[in-house]
Design a protein around this ligand. Structure first.
Ligand SMILES: [Zn+2]
Length: 188
């Protein structure tokens, strides 16, 4: 669906290069932005019921306003702190939604996105059931999200996430979500 762009304009190359700077060793190559088309994400925070529905890439370029909206939508809802989310995670969520044959405006329910050091420390000391609450949590790096999709079984969501092979996938049926991150490929 997303054609490989053979000749990239310097601006686009710069943008894509910036997105993967420092992560060349990761197994997941950054999905190539199609020369035409959009990457859209609709996300609802289940704790605040706040929704974001935005296009963050269009015609081979990232859309700064859309990226900003998603950084805000995926912020640490406990403290209000936001970070620059990994664009590969945003792309991974688009791929996941496409794998499930869902339209671009279909909301992904967000249980947890970015976690500030303060929140992560609090969750760790509380001994939460989330084994992903590690000292080097991908959530703290802006590379992880805990999600579910209304109307899609957790089992199916889990299978779709695994089939992408885009990073870490954690299954939390008791808590009702799947964890996806853009760290190295692993599962638990
Ligand atoms: Zn998680």
């Amino acid at each position: 669906m997303h054609r490989r762009v053979v000749s990239a304009a310097p601006t686009r190359r710069q943008l894509i290069g910036g997105a993967i700077a420092g992560s060349a060793a990761l197994a997941l190559p950054f999905p190539t932005l199609a020369a035409t088309g959009e990457w859209r994400l609709a996300i609802r925070n289940v704790h605040t019921n706040e929704s974001v529905d935005t296009v963050f890439a269009r015609d081979g370029r990232f859309v700064a306003a859309g990226i900003d909206e998603l950084n805000h939508g995926l912020r640490d809802w406990r403290t209000g702190e936001a970070t620059t989310m990994d664009r590969r995670l945003l792309a991974l969520l688009v791929k996941l939604r496409e794998r499930l044959d869902l339209p671009g405006n279909r909301k992904i329910d967000l249980i947890s996105g970015y976690r500030s050091p303060k929140t992560n420390a609090a969750l760790r000391s509380a001994g939460g059931s989330h084994t992903g609450v590690a000292s080097q949590s991908q959530h703290m790096l802006g590379k992880a999200s805990d999600i579910m999709v209304s109307g899609v079984s957790l089992d199916r969501l889990h299978g779709a996430a695994l089939s992408l092979g885009g990073g870490g996938v954690g299954y939390y049926p008791r808590d009702g979500f799947v964890h996806v991150d853009t760290g190295r490929v692993r599962r638990w």
